[in-house]
Design a protein around this ligand. Structure first.
Ligand code: FAD
Length: 493
């Protein structure tokens, strides 16, 4: 059997390994850490379970597809439910809004409680759908770097409709034109943060993101987000894929002929041969640490990084009936918050706070009469800030804000705590500067400034994961594995 090696067991690495195994390759995965999942990790503390990274699950069909490809019934491995209530929004002026999968209910609530109308919501979501229709074949599901991608009829049709993707104004200015009420503009501006970008700089094309949530839906896996990893690992192991943990790849090996071809990888000074190698690492580290002798794509590696996060995992004594699974406590001045992150590279004194509480749905995630709070704010990527000081100030500001908006002293309920910040995100998951989604999407051309899923220098070397095409987040990371799969021919015996 020809051999494939995958470097890194992040979600895209696991998906690539499964796809290569189904193609007929004998697959080994080398993972630097002691567990699979990468950013999609989990934390256990004092009887509480937390999903460490991603908390919002969209496009579950991309996970199901892997079981179907292997000839299995997805439900035998992986169960999830569609959320009726998606998110609770809290504003400083007392406004409370719930977004729901029932769009009529959601639009009606906006009409009843704000100066915006249901018609504005429908018009906005229609635009979001149009952007999805025009972009998904071209920007998401195929390589942008292969001529044959442009020879599909649906790609050509999309190219003729490019004027409709709203690339020439910022998301914030587009949203202002959709909604009379600035609080609804703020609600939809937040979607830029789903790929670590700034709505005041990023193109309005990012208004495609709400389509994923409102059209396809938001979901919760029955075993939490880490359940995605566990289900895929079960399938991978049944397929005979070998996972080698605590095995950090030191070098990607290739022969030095005029057209270099992949040879394998070096781990702990030992060489492992392979016909195909897929790197799931942040592309920055793949070039800087593993690919000696290969010229770096300088422009791409010096692009602005996406934002990072500061997360407090709090075991909370008591229950909070006014909170749901996903909760947002908005900053009073959103633009000021983004200026702090992107211009001043610091944390605003009034950051928007996201609280995810899986124990609202998954009772075993917290002991009785308590809740597992994942409390996150967006922060700049690490460029050497005084994080200890910033974290101390942010923690105090966050506790004050949540307590004020819930009218309850939350600090006394915190039983146990762990913290993740840009430095630990980089050291634990190998993400350069701790950014969550590779490069930022603040420029109109960002889609073209992500690395291709294959190497143009070394034959049979591929790249997957959130730092390369088509981008960050679980759905796009899974699509990167699919694009690689489309490029590799099945093994013929
Ligand atoms: P990664 O998770 O980046 O994993 C890479 C793996 O490579 C790691 O396991 C690492 O240990 C390993 N590795 C590194 N160096 C080596 C080496 N030399 N040798 C071997 N192995 C190595 N996405 C969503 O869809 N929804 C969300 O709600 C969401 N929220 C997020 C919140 C946070 C706090 C974070 C951190 C991320 C969030 N994301 C979210 C983004 C999402 O987690 C990522 O886009 C996705 O998980 C990236 O997967 P990946 O395949 O790129 O691999």
């Amino acid at each position: 059997k020809p051999k494939a090696i995958v470097i890194g067991a992040g979600i895209a690495g696991i998906a690539s390994a499964i796809r290569l195994s189904i193609k007929g390759y004998d697959v080994d995965v080398f993972e630097a850490g002691s567990k699979a999942g990468g950013k999609l990790g989990e934390i256990k503390m004092n009887g509480f379970r937390f999903d460490a990274g991603p908390s919002l699950f969209t496009m579950p069909q991309y996970v199901d597809e892997l079981f179907k490809l292997a000839g299995k019934n997805p439900e035998d491995y992986f169960k999830y439910t569609k959320l009726k209530e998606i998110c609770r929004y809290f504003y400083e002026d007392g406004l409370r809004l719930n977004t729901t999968s029932d769009l009529d209910q959601f639009a009606k609530e906006i009409e009843e409680k704000t100066h915006s109308t249901a018609a504005e919501v429908y018009r906005y979501l229609k635009k979001s759908k149009t952007i999805y229709e025009v972009t998904h074949h071209v920007f998401l599901e195929r390589s942008l770097h292969k001529l044959r991608s442009y020879l599909h009829w649906d790609t050509l049709k999309s190219i003729f409709r490019f004027g409709q993707i709203d690339a020439f104004r910022t998301q914030a200015s587009a949203n202002q034109s959709f909604f009379k009420d600035r609080r609804i503009t703020q609600l939809f501006n937040r979607y830029a943060t789903y790929n670590g970008s700034d709505p005041y700089q990023a193109p309005a094309t990012l208004n495609v993101i709400p389509h994923f949530e409102y059209h396809f839906g938001a979901f919760i896996p029955k075993n939490g987000m880490y359940g995605i990893v566990e289900a895929l690992l079960k399938l991978a192991e049944e397929l005979g894929i070998r996972f080698n943990y605590n095995q950090k790849v030191e070098e990607i090996l290739y022969n030095n002929e005029s057209k270099p071809k992949i040879n394998g990888v070096k781990v702990n000074n030992r060489s492992y041969k392979a016909d195909v190698v897929v790197s799931n690492l942040d592309i920055w580290f793949t070039y800087k640490n593993l690919l000696t002798g290969i010229a770096e794509p300088k422009k791409l590696l010096t692009q602005e990084r996406s934002s990072s996060a500061l997360i407090f995992y709090w075991g909370m004594d008591g229950s909070y009936s006014n909170l749901g699974l996903h909760n947002i406590f908005f900053a009073e001045d959103y633009e000021k918050e983004f200026n702090a992150i992107w211009k001043d590279k610091t944390i605003s004194s009034d950051p928007t706070i996201y609280i995810n509480i899986t124990s609202k749905h998954l009772r075993n995630d917290a002991p009785a009469d308590s809740e597992n709070w994942f409390v996150m704010i967006n922060v700049p990527a690490n460029s050497g800030q005084n994080w200890d000081q910033l974290i101390k100030e942010a923690r105090a500001n966050m506790i004050k804000k949540i307590s004020r908006m819930l009218n309850r002293n939350i600090e006394k309920d915190i039983i146990c705590e762990q913290v993740l910040d840009p430095r630990s995100i980089e050291s634990k998951t190998g993400s350069y500067q701790g950014s969550l989604y590779g490069n930022s999407s603040n420029s109109q051309f960002s889609a073209f400034l992500r690395h291709a899923n294959f190497s143009s220098k070394v034959k049979n070397l591929y790249f997957c994961g959130g730092s390369v095409h088509p981008g960050g987040g679980i759905p796009l990371a899974l699509l990167s594995a699919k694009i690689i799969d489309d490029d590799i021919s099945p093994v013929v015996y």
